[in-house]
Write a protein that binds this ligand. Structure first.
Ligand code: CUA
Length: 170
């Protein structure tokens, strides 16, 4: 009975260890990507209105005005750009080191709908893939452990292969 509980706890611990270790290893190994994003500013919207990057990416934002003076204020990152008139551009480069959803908004009065000139900047935690790889390794380790423990007591053929989840990643 105690043996069964210990086996169960060990399997759980191995799976959890895989789940935790996956992202840590990935953080140490993955190189940040460089992202160059061009934004068109015109009354009263940005194109694109939604930007998605991964945490750790080196992001360069290039903003160009197509009509009047517009601003670009990015919440959470303390970034504020200004483009003065049609054809004027501004640029900034930063590391997307905070995960989450941030708004960018126009910081220069540009007309009646100026308060509605907003967009979305999404920084994804970059964890889904490493977690699934870690989980697969954890499950594989738990399977090996389970089979190794069963072998001495049970003589019957037990070939339930639960490692089918390995390689589920992208
Ligand atoms: Cu564009 Cu205010």
């Amino acid at each position: 009975m105690i043996r069964k509980i210990i086996t169960g706890m060990m399997i759980f611990a191995l799976i959890m260890a895989g789940l935790i270790a996956g992202p840590l290893v990935a953080d140490a190994v993955t190189k940040p990507a460089e992202r160059h994003i061009f934004i068109e500013a015109r009354k009263f919207a940005y194109t694109p209105g939604k930007i998605v990057v991964n945490k750790g990416d080196i992001v360069t934002i290039d903003i160009l005005s197509y009509d009047v003076t517009h601003g670009f204020h990015l919440d959470g990152y303390g970034i504020n750009l200004k483009v003065r008139a049609a054809g004027d551009s501004a640029t900034v480069t930063f590391v997307a080191d905070k995960a989450g959803k941030f708004w960018f908004r126009c910081s220069e009065t540009c007309g009646v709908f100026h308060p509605f000139m907003i967009g979305e900047f999404v920084v994804e935690p970059n964890r889904t893939f490493p977690s699934s790889v870690g989980l697969a390794i954890g499950v594989a380790a738990a399977t090996v452990f389970y089979v190794a423990r069963r072998r001495p007591t049970q003589k019957q053929c037990s070939s339930n292969d639960t490692s089918g989840t390995v390689g589920k990643g992208e």
